[in-house]
Design a binder for this molecule. Structure first.
Ligand code: FES
Length: 102
């Protein structure tokens, strides 16, 4: 398999423990923080050289999770107002962004 066809989940982020990106994502989605991931996998318990990469990846996951939650909430509001798209929430509810300034 060519390098560009590798599964990103198989990327090793901690070489001391062999912890892979996919393992970290699954543990994060299961509610574990960096300490929990370290205890579960052994990552960060060797040389510590992976701390930056794992920290950045956890931030990316947190931001993606937050964005997905916001999009879901907007979709729920739109659906309750009879709309279906995030951008149409205000118009579907019969409001405009400036309506609060009256
Ligand atoms: S690379 Fe993760 S502890 Fe060494």
């Amino acid at each position: 398999m060519a390098d560009d066809q590798k599964n990103p989940d198989d990327e090793v982020l901690c070489y001391c423990s062999g912890t892979r990106r996919g393992q970290i994502r699954e543990l994060f989605l299961g509610g574990r923080d960096m300490d929990g991931i370290s205890r579960w996998t052994g990552a960060l318990s060797g040389c510590g050289g992976c701390e930056w990469d794992i920290g950045v990846y956890l931030e990316e996951l947190a931001q993606a999770t937050e964005a997905a939650a916001s999009a879901s909430a907007a979709t729920d509001v739109a659906a309750s107002c009879g709309g279906s798209a995030k951008d149409d929430v205000a118009s579907q509810c019969g409001e405009s962004p400036s309506s609060n300034n009256r």
